[in-house]
Design a protein around this ligand. Structure first.
Ligand code: B1M
Length: 211
């Protein structure tokens, strides 16, 4: 029997092997890919997000759940492409120039994927030109992460580069990272700020008008 609840619970527990096994079984039993994604993986990741927000889960638990999400997504991604299920939005996320911290960025990416977004991981130490390039490709939202006070200004120059290229009106920019505040987002003209990975999903949905 298809066990979508089992996928959800195993993901919350971070049991990657069990998630993989149950997702494979569900696929073999011809369960619609969208059901496995929404009622299994995304449902589990939503719970992880809420627990993280409420300080019931900490970074290690989220990373372990993210690894389990990866295990399930690895099986579903090719099938999703074939089945034509549309992601709720296209997002690109990177750590800004000069900054090599990526743990928070990776968490944000996993939560966004868990929330149904298609996410391009731009990596770390990302130059402004790269953000301009993805904006040209039709990305709806660019996420910038910075962990150092010395790299915060790179968020401003990334936004300025988008403006100079005439692309800022067509793309939203969300920023985050330990030293970042809403006041800083306002100061540099970012469209949104999110304090943590779980809220980043809600903010991204709000910014691109997705449900
Ligand atoms: Co660095 N480091 N580090 N470091 N490091 C900090 C950030 C620091 C606060 C430590 C300290 O001094 N207390 C300090 C910054 C001080 C400052 O700027 N005021 C610091 C420093 C100084 C440095 C170096 C300069 C050290 C040196 O070489 N002298 C150097 C800089 C390298 C560089 O980037 N150019 C450096 C290097 C490193 C390591 C490579 C060793 C390693 C990074 C490994 C990696 O990322 N792969 C590292 C680490 C691990 C840290 C600490 C210990 C942990 C950061 C972390 O991963 N936190 C950190 C101290 C600390 O925070 N306690 C520190 C966990 C992570 C889940 O949280 O990234 O905040 P965070 O992400 C959160 C939110 O901020 C938010 O969601 C996440 C989950 O909720 N969020 C977003 C993040 N991005 C978002 C984007 C969004 C939305 C939300 O939208 C797009």
């Amino acid at each position: 029997m298809v066990d979508l609840e089992g996928i959800k619970e195993s993901l919350i527990k971070g049991d990657a092997n069990k998630v993989k096994e149950l997702v494979e079984a569900a696929v073999n039993e011809k369960t619609p890919v969208g059901d496995i994604l929404n009622q299994g993986l995304i449902a589990g990741m939503n719970v992880v997000g809420v627990r993280f927000k409420n300080n019931e889960f900490y970074v290690p638990e989220v990373l372990i759940a993210a690894r389990a999400m990866h295990a399930g997504m690895g099986i579903l991604e090719p099938l999703l492409k074939e089945s034509g299920i549309e992601p709720i939005g296209k997002v690109a996320v990177g750590t800004v120039k000069g900054d090599l911290h990526d743990i928070g960025k990776n968490l944000v990416i996993m939560m966004l994927k868990g929330g149904g977004f298609e996410v391009e991981d731009l990596g770390i130490d990302v130059p402004d030109e790269k953000f301009v390039e993805v904006a040209k490709k039709g990305t709806q939202l660019i996420g910038l992460s910075a962990l150092l006070t010395t790299t915060m200004p790179a968020m401003k120059t990334a936004i300025e580069a988008l403006k100079t290229a005439g692309l800022k009106d067509g793309v939203k920019v969300m920023i985050g990272g330990a030293p970042i505040t809403q006041a800083y987002a306002d100061e540099i003209g970012a469209d949104g700020y999110s304090p943590d990975a779980a809220s980043a999903v809600d903010k991204a949905k709000e910014l691109i008008g997705a449900k």
